[in-house]
Ligand binder design. Structure first.
Ligand code: TYM
Length: 346
């Protein structure tokens, strides 16, 4: 199986795809787990496509005016974090119809049982699955289509998306097997660095998330310096100071989280951070972390605000991105339809 997968991928040019939902504010988890790393891929010269996944966002209710604002703000967030719309392709998912078209094919490839096992589905639908949207259940098939409609080979994401990416591989493998082709690549998840799972500042056992009711649990990309410093000062910790070695962070999820955040913000290893701060109390470490977070995030939020002052320019960037994207997606969708046996227009 592994061998087949490797053979399949060797035929594809490296291409990166990733997406973020435009639902609510961007937070530090999105930045460290995803956005910051997107710029790295782009700067290594790999063709990269980054997507505001508005079709995914509406799998739960979104106020229409808020969705438009969040989509533009997310686009501003991508650019402010270093994505160059000339080097990479920046798109809004609904403007590239091939995503939804391929998703339908994948709805017919994926099995109900696979979807039912997704932990994100179980968490989001909870006990009220009867009332969840059909779109929420099918969500991972659309995600597979986002990636595979570009024949993307690498997908940088945070840890929480790992299961969805395994499903993407399963869908590609089943499509290839059922139709006897080697058409879709078996995509590699790229989950790397110190901050693949940034945790809540209030509870080290929960991930930082936009859906947490407590605003104090997360740092939003639009928070000002005072809010960032206050949230870090109040972040839950334990009474001990910082250890000098990584093993001293075992069973200390809140301390581990703050050290991980420091390391990721400063592009350093956890070991290097502990070499500097080991033995120090949180009364020393927290202000240092707050200063670092403000230094890194303030220029991004200022740039986001500047870009948001000209929404027409953001809309132009997305329109151009969609046109460039469709040069890739339209032929891949055409070939998919042909493989499946659909009669092409004369
Ligand atoms: P979304 O919008 O929930 O999150 C966007 C990205 O941020 C990462 N992330 C985190 N990383 C570290 N710590 C955290 N606390 C944290 N919270 C979020 C996520 O892992 C993700 O990389 N289904 C996706 C969007 C999507 C997608 C795709 C991603 C749609 N199609 C195709 C990749 C490829 C989602 O809801 O991400």
């Amino acid at each position: 199986m592994t061998e087949t997968r490797e053979t399949t991928n060797a035929a594809f040019t490296p291409r990166v795809f990733s997406g973020i939902q435009p639902s609510g504010d961007l937070h530090l988890g999105n930045y460290l787990g995803a956005l910051k790393r997107f710029a790295d891929a782009q700067n290594r010269g790999i063709q990269s496509i980054y997507c505001m996944v508005d079709l995914h966002a509406i799998t739960v209710w979104q106020d229409p005016a808020d969705l438009k604002r969040s989509t533009r703000e997310l686009c501003a967030g991508f650019i402010a974090s270093g994505i160059d719309p000339e080097k990479s392709i920046l798109i809004n998912q609904s403007q590239v119809p091939e995503h939804a078209q391929l998703a339908w094919i994948f709805n017919c490839v994926a099995r109900m049982g696979w979807m039912g096992r997704m932990t994100q589905w179980k968490d989001k639908a909870g006990k009220n699955a009867e009332n969840a949207s059909l779109g929420l259940f099918a969500y991972p098939a659309l995600m597979a289509a986002d990636i595979l409609v570009y024949h993307a080979t690498h997908v940088p994401v945070g840890e929480d998306q790992k299961q969805h990416l395994e499903l993407t591989r399963d869908i590609a493998a089943k499509f290839n097997h059922d139709y006897g082709v080697e058409f879709f690549p078996i995509t590699e998840p790229v989950i790397e660095g110190a901050a693949t799972r940034v945790m809540s500042l209030r509870d080290g056992s929960k991930k930082m998330s936009k859906s947490d009711a407590s605003d104090a649990s997360r740092i939003n990309m639009t928070d000002d310096a005072d809010a960032i410093a206050r949230k870090i000062r109040k972040a839950k910790t334990d009474p001990e100071g910082l250890p000098s070695e990584v093993k001293g962070l075992e069973d200390r999820p809140e301390a581990r989280n703050l050290v991980n955040i420091y390391a990721a913000l400063d592009d350093r290893s956890v070991e290097a951070v502990l070499a500097e701060y080991g033995g120090q109390p949180f009364s020393v470490f927290k202000p240092a972390l707050a200063d670092l977070a403000v230094a890194r995030l303030a220029p991004i939020s200022a740039e986001m605000a500047r870009l948001m002052a000209d929404p027409a320019q953001i809309d132009r960037i997305l329109t151009e991105g969609a046109a460039r994207a469709r040069e890739i997606t339209a032929p891949i969708l055409r070939q998919t339809y042909d493989i499946v046996g659909m009669v092409a227009p004369a």
